[in-house]
Design a protein around this ligand. Structure first.
Ligand code: ZN
Length: 143
């Protein structure tokens, strides 16, 4: 990865950490779950509004590190408006992004700004920070 791209990725993560999108509890949710990553101490709660097969709203609250908060913020942006099938595909692409073998071309196939998380791959302990929001989303779906 070039240094310029690395800086860009860093800026995106810092921006989402500083101004997380879709942050705050949601009163009228249909699904919710709490996630905890003991390695880092990240805690977050995901709130979903599902209407039939489509995700109408995603909000989250968190006491967590910058990587986790940025990942949750980007995840909310990506999931809103998707069907459950589309969301499952997005979840899989993020998992592939964070597994270390992929190249930049594959990184760019992920949704939205999530490619910015590719830098996390170099730090094995932080991968759980990035995946916690997604696993919590799945837990919320399963009730
Ligand atoms: Zn963390």
């Amino acid at each position: 990865m070039s240094d310029d791209l690395h800086d860009l990725y860093q800026d995106i993560i810092l921006d989402h950490n500083k101004r997380p999108r879709h942050y705050g509890a949601l009163a009228d949710y249909t699904h919710t779950a709490e996630g905890y990553n003991p390695i880092c101490g990240d805690k977050l709660t995901i709130f979903l509004v599902l209407k039939e097969d489509r995700i109408e709203a995603v909000q989250f609250e968190a006491a967590c590190c910058a990587i986790c908060k940025a990942s949750a913020s980007m995840m909310a942006e990506v999931l809103i408006g998707k069907t459950l099938v589309e969301a499952e595909a997005a979840f899989k692409r993020v998992g592939e992004l964070l597994s270390s073998e992929l190249n930049l071309e594959a990184d760019l196939s992920v949704d939205g700004e999530i490619a910015a998380l590719a830098g996390v791959r170099k730090f094995a302990a932080r991968i759980k920070c990035a995946t916690l929001p997604w696993h919590t989303y799945i837990a919320a779906l399963k009730g």
